[in-house]
Design a binder for this molecule. Structure first.
Ligand code: SF4
Ligand code: SF4
Length: 227
């Protein structure tokens, strides 16, 4: 295989690695066995938030190591994790008001509105947008804007006020899901039907089918009509 090798530096030590690798793969290529700061490898778990620099550029850069390609003269350093101040609360004791979120995360009121967090988010989330929604008391909107957050903490690492807004947003999503979202009546109805044993015979019949019968049944299933 023709590989274009480039120079990178890991903890100051020179290595040559193929330019097709991600930072995570390059660390392993160089012989590092990763047991922390690595998770799904697909950009979803947020475990591999990483700091790096490139020679000649004084900026400190932040990225997900599994989603970022190595580049020539990259300087990589391992950090164990992005620390986060995480207050404890009992969800079952909360009513779902914005004031409760601010009582748990009062430091959010110190937000400068600088928008650095939005620029650092690998998920392209409007981070300042959800912080602002939260400060206005709009929990449902904060939950909606932050829905794709993978809790990587990069927005905290760049925040001059070190605000842990991703945890506050997670609380908003929890409150929205458990307190504020409209209840699904058809779901409640279906659960009651399941509990009453309505589908028991049908389930038994399915369990006794072989693979071919199941495949035929699946292919002939009634697909939900588009609205
Ligand atoms: S909002 Fe913050 S914690 Fe969530 S994905 Fe974006 S940078 Fe990561
Ligand atoms: S980086 Fe911090 S201070 Fe700046 S807008 Fe985001 S939360 Fe507010």
């Amino acid at each position: 295989m023709n590989e274009n090798l480039i120079d990178i530096y890991i903890m100051g030590e020179h290595h040559q690695v193929p330019d097709s690798l991600t930072i995570l793969q390059a660390l392993e290529y160089a012989g590092y066995r990763l047991t922390r700061g690595v998770g799904c490898r697909g950009g979803f778990c947020g475990a591999c938030a990483t700091v790096y620099r490139v020679n000649g550029d004084y900026h400190l850069k932040f990225a997900l190591a599994c989603q970022t390609r190595v580049e020539p003269n990259m300087q990589l350093a391992m950090i164990p994790f992005f620390p986060a101040h995480r207050p404890r609360y009992r969800l079952s004791e909360l009513k779902g008001t914005a004031q409760e979120v601010l009582d748990i995360y009062p430091e959010l009121l110190r937000c400068y509105g600088c928008n650095t967090c939005t620029k650092s988010c690998p998920q392209d989330i409007d981070v300042l947008g959800y912080v602002s929604a939260l400060l206005r008391g709009e929990i449902a909107l904060a939950a909606d804007i932050s829905f794709d957050c993978i809790m990587c903490g990069l927005c905290v690492s760049r925040c001059p006020a070190e605000l842990v807004k991703h945890h506050a947003a997670l609380l908003c999503r929890r409150l929205y899901g458990s307190r504020l979202a409209p209840r699904s009546t058809h779901l409640a109805q279906r659960i009651a039907e399941i509990r009453s044993g309505k589908f028991k015979a049908e389930l038994e019949q399915l369990k006794n089918m072989d693979r071919k019968q199941l495949q035929e049944l699946y292919a002939a299933r009634e697909v939900e009509p588009e609205e």
